[in-house]
Every structure is written in structure tokens, then in C-alpha cells.
Design a protein around this ligand. Structure first.
Ligand code: PLP
Length: 371
């Protein structure tokens, strides 16, 4: 467990670094924007908690009207249920007897949903639920273009839904139709085209399931890049965005159409300059172990002429443009993570700040929950 980097009431200048910091004003505006936009369209919001892994944030989302949360792992779901969250959809296929038993046991304390794309897995899930004396909600995941998990839309999905309906211990709830790579297509027209296909496949498959006599009340999916398209589709009943609460360098690369809502950056890694050996270079205390680099390096926030160009395990190298005052050892630098979710997973604490003060310190309770 990492040391708590700050206490409530501390000055922001006294936060120990590197620290994961949330600027609460833009963060709350992001939560409100999404909650209001879903509510006014009559679509349920089930934010993806893999972005924050933090029950305090899930509580805020649910207080704002979210019907529950999504998790990606059983261990994440366990952390949230232990913290009192009562409706969790695990947006993944879960395999292996031990994990299935853990998942089924969770349904004693909460409504637990899970995805399937395989008939044998359906049988195993049903057996686990019956052994635990619980009922699991089940959604059939269809591959709507991402080429990750998911059974083919259409007849195969109908047959799997019928298998779920026939399996004691399980309750068929609907379809999971998520297109992850579409979230990061840079042009609005590319995202529109990709989601038009998603919507068509989801609509056709839902109709086919219902034509087979199986009610299909839920169609869930969407992320921060495309949620307005799914929301307005007339097919999706539920949205699962996660990153919108924090944002990151990668999401800011998306160009937005005039009618698309933008979210504000609220998440930072606060770092300290620990060395400035020459005028054109400064070294901060946040390197490879302080950020996920899968979407590129972090960006320095509001400090023109400072660029984060290179990292080693515990060092981040900044270049200092000519004509700019060079930073000095001890100076603070606010860094926007390239990719928020895996960066959050590197920290045990989220420090919430408002203005110059620390207002809260939240545990990242599901950090490291890989299983
Ligand atoms: C199944 C699923 N739903 C929703 C999301 C949320 O996406 P984002 O954080 O881009 O909003 C993800 C993210 O990868 C996901 O895998």
C-alpha cells in the first residue's frame, strides 16, 4: 500500500509526489453533464468503474442517477460490492470454477450481471449460480465490429439467448454491444459510421431474439467517444462510459462535431522537479511506473515550453524551450496522463482538490484487481 500523499485540509502545495490528483470542479461538471444527458434522453447510465476503481466515485455517480456500475473483473466487482454498491455488471466473459464461484457468491449481496458468448460457459455459469443459491443476470455479448469478445450477431446470438433462458440460475437480460476501437476514431464521421453499424446489428439481433419469443429489455454499450450516438439510437437502453469523468491525452485527440459534448480534464499526476541540471532539461519524479504509456507520454498542463519527452522507471524528462524560465528543483508540474484507466491502476489514492486545498482522499479500492 502506498503512503497517503495528503490529508484533508492540506495545501495543494504540500501534496507528496508523485500523486494522482483530481480537480473536483471539472470532475463534478463531467459527472453532471453525463448524468443529465442520459437522464434527459431517457437512457440509463451505468458508468464503467474500471476507469476509477474507486467506490467513492461510484457513489457519486449513483447519487447522480446512475443505475449501477460496470466492472471488468470479478475482483473489481468484489471491491465495489464490499463497499456497498448494489448493482454491478461485469462486462466480460468469466471462466474457471473458482472465479465463477466468486461471481455467483457476489449475487447474494448485489444484482450481478455478466456477459456470455459461449454455450458451455452458460452451463458453467448456471451451475455456479445454483451451487451458490443465487441468480445471475446474463447478457449475450455480440461482436459489433471490435473483433474482441462476442458471438456473431443474428442467429447465433438468438440461439445463445435461448440457451440462457433454458438454464436455471440465470436470467437473460439482453445484449451487450460495445465497440471499443470506435471510441478513439479521430473524426466524428468515422465514429458515426462505425456506430451506425453497431446500432444496426444490435437492432436486428434484438428483433430476432424477440421474434423467437424471448424478451430482450436491455441493450448496453458505448464509451466516452461515441455515447451520444448510442444514446440517440432508439436501440440502446444503457450507456457505459468511463473515461468521461477524468479524460486523458488520448481522448482529447478526438475531433468533436459541433453537437458533441466535450469533457474537461480533471485527472492529473502531480510531480515534482527533482533535478534541473542544465537550462534546457528538467527531470520529474514520475516516470514509467507513474503512468501508462500505451497512448503516449503525459502532457504538461498549462506550462508552455515544457514537454515531457522521455521516461525511465522513476524519471520523467522534460525539455525546456528557449526563452522560457527553467523550472527549479522542488517546482511542481501537473501532468495529464496519456491513458487514464491504466494510470489510475498505478495508485492507491486519489487526492481530490478544490482550489488550493485538499478536499478528500479516496482509496482506489479495486486497484490491481486483475482476477
Ligand atoms: C465494455 C466496456 N464498456 C465501456 C468502456 C468505457 O469506455 P471509456 O472509458 O472509453 O468511456 C470500456 C472501456 O474500455 C469497455 O471495455
Amino acid at each position: 500500500m502506498q503512503r497517503i500523499p495528503a490529508r484533508v485540509g492540506d495545501a495543494v502545495d504540500d501534496i507528496d509526489t508523485p500523486a494522482l490528483v483530481v480537480d473536483l470542479d471539472p470532475f463534478e461538471r463531467n459527472l453532471d453533464l453525463m448524468a443529465n444527458a442520459a437522464r434527459s434522453a431517457g437512457v440509463a447510465l451505468r458508468p464503467h468503474a474500471k476507469a476509477h476503481k474507486c467506490p467513492d466515485i461510484a457513489d457519486l455517480q449513483i447519487e447522480g442517477g446512475a443505475v449501477g456500475i460496470c466492472c471488468q473483473k470479478v475482483g473489481e466487482a468484489e471491491a465495489f460490492v464490499a463497499a456497498g454498491i448494489r448493482d454491478v455488471l461485469v462486462t466480460n466473459e468469466i471462466v474457471g470454477a473458482a472465479k465463477l464461484a466468486r461471481l455467483a457468491a457476489l449475487a447474494k449481496d448485489a444484482t450481478i450481471g455478466v456477459l456470455v458468448d459461449d454455450a458451455d460457459n452458460v452451463r458453467h455459469l448456471g451451475a455456479a449460480a445454483r451451487d451458490a443459491g443465487t441468480t445471475l443476470d446474463v447478457l449475450v455479448e455480440i461482436d459489433v465490429g471490435m473483433k474482441r469478445c462476442g458471438i456473431a450477431p443474428g442467429a447465433a446470438a438468438v440461439a445463445l439467448a435461448e440457451t440462457v433462458v433454458r438454464t436455471p440460475g440465470l436470467r437473460f437480460r439482453g445484449l451487450h454491444a460495445y465497440h471499443g476501437s470506435a471510441q478513439h476514431l479521430r473524426a466524428p464521421a468515422e465514429r458515426r459510421d462505425a456506430i451506425a453499424t453497431v446500432v444496426r446489428l444490435a437492432r436486428e439481433t434484438k428483433a430476432a431474439i424477440e421474434a423467437a419469443g424471448v424478451p430482450c429489455p436491455v441493450v448496453t454499450g458505448a464509451g466516452t467517444g461515441t455515447w451520444q450516438l448510442e444514446r440517440d439510437s432508439g436501440v440502446f437502453t444503457e450507456l457505459q462510459p468511463g473515461s468521461y469523468a477524468f479524460m486523458d491525452v488520448d481522448y482529447h485527440r478526438n475531433a468533436l462535431a459541433p453537437d458533441e459534448h466535450d469533457f474537461e480534464q480533471s485527472l492529473y499526476v502531480l510531480a515534482s522537479v527533482m533535478s534541473a541540471p542544465v537550462r534546457e532539461r528538467a527531470i520529474v519524479d514520475a516516470g514509467l511506473k507513474a503512468f501508462a504509456f500505451d497512448s503516449g507520454p503525459p502532457q504538461v498542463w498549462h506550462a508552455p515550453g515544457l514537454d515531457y519527452v522521455k521516461a525511465s522507471d522513476e524519471h520523467g524528462v522534460l525539455t525546456v524551450a528557449a526563452g522560457r524560465d527553467p523550472p527549479l528543483p522542488g517546482d511542481r508540474v501537473w501532468l495529464i496522463p496519456g491513458h487514464c484507466d491504466p494510470t489510475v491502476n498505478l495508485y492507491d489514492w486519489i487526492v481530490g482538490v478544490r482550489g488550493s486545498r485538499v478536499e478528500c482522499v479516496w482509496p482506489v479500492a479495486a486497484r490491481g484487481a486483475l482476477a
